[in-house]
Design a protein around this ligand. Structure first.
Ligand SMILES: [Zn+2]
Length: 193
């Protein structure tokens, strides 16, 4: 049976059939990811925004099964990657961030007695309101959680690596500090002249 990635299914149905979805989609197919990237783009002038970022690819897979047959606990493993445009919080320039996330989830139903799903090593517990799940929503949420909180270029690629507010720079660039100090001293002298 061909199942759609965006539909909701009973957990057991997906686990029984060991359902695997191959994902070859676009950012715009994931509403929450789109929203998160949009927030990044808000920091840019409209002309600076990459014109078709919503069409950038998202790829990977998510597969369902049972963590162990005896308990009947449904699990999912996912591995997804995307190239998302983000704004470097150091130099405020746009760059493409390699978003990658991989997880093994163990589903816990709200309202089930606490012993229903024991915490298992290697799995993240994932709460559901009922016994149905939308694979697309799971992946969307996993992608959003993997978004960088404050994206930054790697240091050697960042145009703002000489920014004076970078404290870690102070120790490696003593002369920059000295220069700043001297500039400050000059200013202080100014009123007296
Ligand atoms: Zn930067």
């Amino acid at each position: 049976m061909v199942r759609s990635f965006t539909d909701a299914y009973a957990l057991n149905e997906l686990a029984d059939s060991q359902q695997v979805f191959d994902i070859s989609l676009k950012i715009k197919d994931f509403p929450r990811l789109t929203e998160a990237v949009e927030r990044e783009m808000d920091a840019l002038e409209p002309a600076e925004r990459p014109p078709s970022w919503v069409d950038l690819p998202v790829s990977g897979k998510i597969g369902f099964g049972y963590a162990d047959e005896r308990s009947g606990s449904v699990s999912a493993e996912l591995a997804v990657s995307a190239e998302v445009p983000v704004v470097c919080q150091r130099c405020l320039e746009l760059f493409e961030f390699e978003l990658e996330t991989a997880a093994a989830l163990l589903f816990a139903q709200d309202g089930a007695d606490g012993d229903g799903v024991a915490v298992r090593e290697g799995y993240e517990s994932w709460e559901l309101n009922d016994d149905r799940v939308r694979p697309a929503e799971l992946v969307d949420e996993a992608l959003v959680m993997a978004m960088p909180f404050a994206a930054k270029h790697q240091e050697d690629r960042c145009g703002a690596s000489f920014a004076p507010d970078e404290e870690e720079r102070n120790t490696t660039r003593p002369f920059a500090d000295l220069k700043a100090l001297m500039a400050g001293a000059d200013k202080k002298r100014d009123p007296a002249e």
